[in-house]
Design a binder for this molecule. Structure first.
Ligand code: NAG
Length: 205
């Protein structure tokens, strides 16, 4: 029976150590590709889920939404996180807007669906423009504590949400728009999350 030379033993030990450290790293959960939530994200999501009437706006929904954008981990304060959150929202509204345009290409001229979709197209554009104004409030006044109350940031987010909901009302009972109604339902939950995130800037507080 051959005796292992000392260099092979050292080599085997090194391989073993590398392997076990790789296994430990994976067990930490860092192997699933999702960044860990920062303590700010966790605290903000805990607060937001306590501020909403919407049972769909859970802490977990908030965490998975914010974690879907890696800039959330770089946010230093609540306004910074709201900027990211509104960006996520704008992305989803833009997706819905693209879908409406495609549906309009196939919609029969003069039908109730065509008119309803045309109005929704405008409303989505309005929603994005309004959300841009809400983001400007934050960007133009970074570090200016307390000003977001007087600028009525929550009101701005509400207006955008109301406009988005109007599209859903327009589509009620309109055949062929079911897929868009499902998107709108998801958008509503995302709007409710954003409304909950900006509650600390409510003037009543
Ligand atoms: C969460 O809510 C608590 C209690 O209202 C507040 O003191 C804290 O500042 C909030 N955290 C953030 C990050 O907004």
């Amino acid at each position: 029976m051959a005796i292992m030379p000392p260099t092979s033993i050292v080599f085997s030990v090194i391989v073993f150590m590398l392997l076990s450290s790789a296994i430990t790293t994976q067990a930490d959960g860092s192997g699933d590709g999702k960044p860990k939530a920062t303590s700010l994200v966790v605290e903000v999501c805990k607060n937001a889920s306590g501020e909403t009437q919407d049972p769909d706006v859970t802490k977990e929904f908030c965490l998975s939404t914010l974690q879907s954008d890696k800039r959330s981990a770089e946010a230093k304060d609540l306004p910074g996180l709201v900027l990211v959150s509104i960006d996520i929202l704008k992305g989803r509204v833009t997706d819905a807007s693209v879908k409406v345009k495609k549906m309009l290409q196939n919609a029969k001229k003069g039908t109730v669906a065509m008119y309803a979709l045309s109005i929704c197209e405008l409303q989505y554009e309005n929603v994005v423009s309004t959300l841009n104004i809400c983001q400007a409030m934050i960007k133009d006044h970074q570090g200016d504590k307390g000003i977001l109350h007087s600028l009525r940031l929550p009101h701005c987010v509400d207006i955008a949400g109301d406009t988005s909901n109007e599209c859903q009302t327009d589509l009620e009972d309109v055949p062929g728009t079911e897929a868009l109604q499902t998107d709108n339902e998801r958008l509503r939950i995302l709007f409710n999350l954003n409304t909950a995130l900006v509650v600390p800037y409510d003037v009543r507080d």
